[in-house]
Design a protein around this ligand. Structure first.
Ligand SMILES: Nc1ncnc2c1ncn2[C@@H]1O[C@H](COP(=O)(O)OP(=O)(O)OP(=O)(O)O)[C@@H](O)[C@H]1O
Ligand SMILES: [Mg+2]
Length: 260
């Protein structure tokens, strides 16, 4: 590996990487337990909501149109509240799905997956962290299912989205586009952030290269993303960056895996 910084800094960064990785492993294990704990009550709330809605229909039929206005008004309030509860639960279920996708540990293996859903699930996590200063725009095209490891692709998307958000100092925009291109799917992530110098461009895929403060960046995100896309999915990852204007990363993943 090419040295990217003074030896002292290199060692410090290595220590930070080891610390971050072991923390990740512990967190992934804890997250798996928490996800399981939350999934069960959420499923029962969903089923209660179904029963409540059916009971409200029955009650409304029993009361009939000639019932006291106060009773009908109460019925309407309860119906609205139940609908709000359903939406709130759907949001929690979405976040849980996303955590499940990103909590490493239980590797899923290759299967046909909807890449647009993976993009949306990844955005749910990054969006909640950065939505105060960054506008996330999606332009998602019609895509066929893609043979991939959804957990790994989710991880790659998360790395690219976090990099895009971290490249924007104050306010800005991150645009995620997906489209179909012959035998592969294209995912592009464009940010209006700092862009990169030519020197940085040359090193971004090197293990442990980071321009971020210690504790913010370990320099593992892009090498890992490259491995996921190029080695494990036989796809490509390219980028175009203009200093002071922003960066676009393009990921291409074959629809059918090479193994098939
Ligand atoms: N969208 C981007 N805009 C500008 N610079 C970027 C962008 N993405 C990556 N870089 C540069 O590439 C370097 C390496 O990125 P990488 O994701 O591998 O590591 P990191 O983000 O620094 O740390 P980690 O991802 O491990 O937390 C970054 O430190 C940054 O200098
Ligand atoms: Mg990164």
């Amino acid at each position: 590996m090419e040295p990217t910084a003074a030896p002292d800094l290199e060692l410090e960064r290595l220590r930070a990487q080891v610390a971050a990785l072991s923390k990740d492993a512990v967190l992934a294990q804890l997250a798996a337990g928490v996800i399981h704990e939350i999934n069960t009550p959420i499923a029962s709330i969903f089923s209660n909501i179904d029963v409540m809605e059916r009971s409200l229909d029955a009650l409304e039929a029993q009361l009939g149109p000639a019932s006291p206005p106060k009773a009908l008004a109460l019925l309407k309030i309860i119906r609205n509240l139940v609908q709000v509860d359903r939406m709130a639960c759907q949001r929690i279920a979405g976040v849980i799905r996303s955590l499940k996708l990103h909590a490493r540990g239980e590797e899923e293996g290759m299967r046909p997956a909807e890449l647009n859903s993976l993009v949306e699930d990844s955005l749910l996590l990054v969006g909640s962290e950065y939505k105060r200063r960054i506008t996330f725009v999606t332009q998602l095209g019609q895509l066929p299912p893609v043979e991939c490891n959804p957990q790994l692709i989710g991880q790659a998307l998360l790395n690219l989205l976090v990099n895009a958000a971290q490249a924007i100092e104050a306010e800005g925009q991150v645009t995620i586009r997906t489209s179909l291109e012959a035998d592969c799917v294209l995912i592009s992530i464009t940010d209006t952030g700092s862009g990169m110098t030519d020197e940085v461009k040359e090193k971004i895929f090197h293990t442990a290269f980071s321009t971020k403060a210690l504790g913010v960046g370990t320099g593992l995100g892009l090498p890992l993303t490259h491995r996921i896309i190029a080695d494990q999915h036989h796809g490509t990852i390219t980028f175009d960056s203009q200093l002071g204007r922003g960066t676009t990363f393009e990921v291409r993943i074959p629809i059918k895996s090479k193994e098939q």
